[in-house]
Design a binder for this molecule. Structure first.
Ligand code: ZN
Ligand code: ZN
Length: 654
């Protein structure tokens, strides 16, 4: 069984269309021989954030393609790599995981950003799979397509191949297979027969933009005596009514479709299509050898699509209703001489079975002739993975990554916390005392209350925790991590944020901006986690909503969000499919009765952090233990109660 992974992204229409069509072709020709999966990691990793980027992109491509160009240039620019690695870090990890787990024979990318990540993951090593890039744009293609290396570039046409060649891609790695259109184009017998235009002229009008002009265009087209007109109006009922009004009296020679999946069949059974020069439609028109009158060319990628039509003289540009009518008339004049010429010229660029050719190439690449024996290689890979994944070292770990000691407003000292959690069999504890930004007025005020760490106490804090770390492990097998809770409090909930840094190696200046804090935490290898990001049930609590309200900006940067804090559960964190942890935010003993995180991984700081980042094998649990009865009493400062809880401490002291 060959395994093929196709990576795509929903930016613009071409990438997903290409990915789906290649998958369908593989399933058509080799259903029993291969397993094929289409994956959009932008969607998986960034969820709503991705939705936003996509909307921004679609807006940008329609109104300001320069913006998208700028995005490409940023990704392209090595000096900006650091920032982008953080932005794409989550996706890189997901991709690395996937490639390891799925052990594919062939990886196909229809969106170029993946190539950068794959290059980064396998830097200095040989990739254990064939890597093909399907270039979905034509001619005006961005350098991002070929800057990161891969085994083969599959391009839609010769002019695009020439652009890559001119930019240093070796010719033996270029394959012109055509844009992967639907497999139905390879079976023209499944579409209605195209009559000779001398007998009947069939015109297809796909309305996908410029809707206000559409009724006028239809009226103009109907001025041509012997045409049969097919109009697709999409899902808009209003537009359908307008078109119905415009064709009144001509119903016999007009057919109106709503949203339809039969565009390929329509293209194959019409003499000419009027449409904007979108990636998929243009490529489908080429596959169907259907001349195109483009009524809109969006600058950027569509220019490249249209340029292919123009270069081969198989399409024209006509924007105004009258121009469109005249273009149709011109095609059919003198026994349709111009139309017949176009049909002939299409032969040079039309590859109706492109997807099937690509599928065959993929299957062939799945067993490259001079590659190391894949069977052997995959056996080794399997063994490697087994030792990597071996559950021998992994176990279910009970974790609390957010609690406070007497260094800030907690009631227990660091060593009391170690005993408290150690006796309960916890595997990991991160102490995260409050650190306020003393630059702000609010920060200054709380700094004087003694309820937060002062910046100059940080050295001592790190020392004490380092000392306790050894004891915690020796005595209880408890992994103690040093953390901080950065309080970025404003005067309102929407301007307040608490940010956890988990497993820190050195103090961090609390005056930094939140993004800089996240960066500093991650630079030390720590986790940046949004603490209680949503509304508490208790309205008296100080809500900290800044990160949540700005999640589009912060979700790509943060490693995880608290889905639960003590007794509160923040459902939206789960609904948004953000990576989650649950913590007690313990200040006093009774807070142990609260939500906790369970991780299934090895008990060491790196494995634990990686488990949280990847957010796989993670669960939350509501913790109860009855060792000391239910209530600790409201005021845990009462010494007698604490002595009850820590008899060993006090017997030593005595
Ligand atoms: Zn807090
Ligand atoms: Zn806290």
């Amino acid at each position: 069984m060959k395994r093929v992974l196709i990576f795509t992204a929903g930016f613009g229409e071409g990438h997903n269309t290409a990915a789906r069509n290649i998958r369908d072709a593989l399933e058509l020709i080799a259903e029993d021989e291969c397993q094929v999966e289409v994956l959009d990691l932008f969607e998986t990793c960034y969820g709503r954030f991705n939705e936003l980027v996509r909307k921004t992109y679609l807006t940008a491509i329609n109104s300001a393609p320069k913006l998208w160009q700028a995005f490409y240039e940023i990704v392209d620019n090595t000096s900006a790599v650091e920032g982008n690695l953080i932005l794409l870090g989550k996706m890189r990890r997901a991709l690395a995981d996937l490639l390891k787990d799925a052990d594919p024979d062939v990886v196909v990318t229809t969106f170029p950003v993946y190539n950068y990540l794959i290059a980064d993951i396998y830097a200095g090593q040989q990739k254990p799979f064939s890597h093909l890039t399907v270039v979905t744009d034509s001619i005006s293609i961005n350098s991002i397509w070929y800057k990161a290396d891969c085994d083969y570039y599959l391009v839609p046409n010769e002019p695009t191949a020439r652009v890559l060649l001119d930019n240093g891609v070796p010719s033996e790695r270029l394959k012109v297979f055509g844009f992967p259109v639907q497999t139905i184009f390879a079976k023209p017998e499944e579409a209605p027969v195209l009559p000779d235009p001398a007998e009947e002229k069939r015109v297809l009008y796909i309305i996908n933009s410029g809707k206000s002009k559409a009724p006028k265009i239809v009226e103009r087209l109907l001025e041509i005596e012997d045409i049969k007109l097919t109009v697709t109006v999409g899902r808009s009922e209003d537009l359908r009514r307008e078109i119905e009004t415009a064709v009144r009296g001509h119903e016999k020679r007009v057919e109106i479709f709503g949203w339809t999946t039969r565009i390929p069949q329509l293209l194959m059974s019409h003499h000419v299509v009027i449409s904007k020069a979108g990636g998929a439609t243009t490529q489908e028109a080429i596959a169907a050898r259907c001349p195109m009158i483009s009524n809109q060319v969006v600058p950027g990628q569509e220019e490249g699509n249209f340029e292919v039509l123009r270069m081969h003289d198989v399409g024209m540009l006509a924007e105004k209703p009258k121009e469109i009518r005249d273009a149709v008339l011109g095609l059919f004049a003198d026994n349709a001489t111009r139309w017949r010429g176009m049909r002939e010229r299409f032969k040079a660029i039309s590859i109706p079975d492109s997807s099937i050719r690509i599928a065959h190439f993929i299957l062939q690449e799945a067993v490259p002739p001079n590659a190391p024996n894949k069977r052997l290689a995959s056996l080794t890979a399997h063994r490697d993975r087994k030792s990597f994944d071996s559950s021998a070292g992994k176990k279910l770990l009970l974790c609390d990554l957010h609690c406070h000691s007497t260094f800030s407003d907690g009631k227990m000292t660091v060593s009391e916390l170690v005993d408290f959690y150690g006796q309960r069999g916890f595997d990991t504890l991160c102490i995260t005392d409050h650190l306020a930004d003393h630059k702000t007025m609010i920060g200054k005020v709380v700094s004087t209350t003694g309820l937060v760490l002062r910046y100059n106490e940080l050295g001592e804090y790190f020392e004490v925790l380092a000392k306790e770390r050894e004891r915690a492990m020796k005595k209880y097998g408890l992994l103690l991590l040093t953390g901080l809770e950065f309080n970025k409090d404003g005067y309102t909930a929407n301007s307040s944020a608490h940010l956890l840094g988990v497993d820190l190696k050195a103090p961090i200046d609390p005056r930094l901006e939140i993004k800089e804090l996240i960066h500093e935490i991650q630079k030390q290898g720590g986790l940046a986690i949004a603490a209680h990001p949503h509304r508490f049930n208790n309205l008296l609590n100080h809500h900290t909503l800044y990160l949540w309200e700005n999640q589009d900006e912060y979700a790509p940067l943060l490693d995880a969000w608290e889905i639960a804090n003590r007794n509160d559960i923040f459902n939206p964190v789960g609904l948004k499919r953000l990576p989650f942890v649950a913590n007690s935010d313990l200040h006093k003993p009774k807070h142990i009765y609260s939500w906790k995180t369970m991780l299934f991984c090895e008990k060491n700081p790196e494995a634990i952090k990686e488990c949280v980042r990847r957010n796989r094998d993670v669960a939350i649990t509501l913790y109860r233990d009855h060792r000391f009865g239910y209530g600790f009493g409201e005021d845990a400062e009462q010494r007698p109660e604490r002595e009850l809880m820590f008899p060993h401490l006090h017997s030593h002291a005595a």
